[in-house]
Design a protein around this ligand. Structure first.
Ligand code: SF4
Length: 304
């Protein structure tokens, strides 16, 4: 019965989503063939754990400064961390630069178009390799992220997707739902992901304006379990090590932006956060991650 429903609605859903995408896709600067595969990769790395709309100004500045892998490979770590700004999770920036060095040195500054080779690059996991294969190179590959899992599970199976990593059943569902036609598969990936980002959101799906509402099994079933389970647990930010690390990095970015070459004196660093034990641990972890340097006099700098 469930399989029958999947088969019957799949074609309708594809057609409606394709039309909806055509009319409603957000005009993001890395879409519609306006950037290079490298630019698509940068957008995907920046968009992990950060909303796409927030990413746009960072991506635009970044690509203006470092339009390709070779340019980024040559940048100083301090410049890279400063340009990453408040996108969060700054280790992503370092991994992206590592990736740029490999692409520049080993692949002639051209991002490889083969899925397995993409996967072998620093910082590129299964999702990113699939997204770049589909969105940048037009390959037929199922892209599986939280939004896509949620939409497919709701529309085709009538249930909420589970949190955590993708299950085998969710992967099979995504692969089965992918259109055979390569060009249509790219639109499918983009449109399902977009629907999950702007309409079929985790907590408040806007079924009243949804293009697939008449063939959605989840809506037909009365949206069972909506709001009962978070796809991602809410993370407290205030007072966390993440906040403290961000405060230290921002202080160093401001100095770098202001042209100050001397390190941040230790006494000034200690005034950034009241809990000195937590602050010291965060400074040590930033150093371990290669995001800052602790100078001989105890002052702090961004890596050169
Ligand atoms: S009808 Fe509602 S639950 Fe179904 S896909 Fe659209 S927004 Fe999501």
């Amino acid at each position: 019965m469930q399989e029958e429903h999947v088969d019957k609605t799949r074609e309708q859903v594809r057609a409606r989503l394709a039309a909806w995408w055509e009319a409603n896709a957000r005009d993001l600067p890395w879409r519609f063939g306006r950037t290079t595969p490298w630019g698509v990769l940068v957008s995907e790395v920046m968009s992990q754990q950060t909303q796409m709309s927030r990413v746009v100004p960072y991506w635009t500045d970044w690509m203006r400064t470092w339009p390709d892998a070779a340019a980024l490979a040559k940048a100083s770590t301090a410049e890279v961390i400063t340009a990453w700004g408040r996108l969060g999770y700054p280790r992503r920036a370092l991994r992206l630069q590592e990736c740029a060095r490999v692409v520049a040195d080993q692949y002639g500054n051209a991002l490889p178009d083969d899925h397995d080779t993409l996967l072998s690059l620093p910082g590129i996991g299964d999702y990113t390799a699939s997204a770049v294969s589909s969105f940048a190179f037009g390959r037929r590959v199922a892209v599986i992220d939280t939004n896509i899992r949620r939409v497919l599970s709701r529309v085709l199976l009538g249930v909420e997707s589970r949190g955590g990593s993708a299950t085998r059943a969710e992967r099979d569902l995504a692969n089965d739902a992918l259109p055979d036609d390569t060009a249509k598969s790219v639109i499918w990936n983009q449109s399902v992901m977009e629907l999950g980002a702007v309409v079929c959101t985790a907590k408040k799906p806007m079924c009243e304006v949804c293009p697939v509402s008449t063939c959605c099994a989840f809506l037909a079933a009365g949206r069972p379990g909506l709001g009962e389970r978070r796809t991602r647990p809410r993370q407290r930010f205030q007072g966390t090590d993440r906040q403290v690390r961000g405060i230290v990095l921002n202080a160093l970015r401001r100095r770098h932006d202001g042209g100050l070459t001397a390190g941040l004196p230790r006494a000034e660093a200690e005034s950034l956060w009241p809990d000195q034990g937590q602050l010291a641990a965060c400074i040590a972890s930033l150093d371990d991650d290669g995001l800052i340097e602790i100078n001989k006099d105890g002052s702090l700098s961004l890596p050169r």
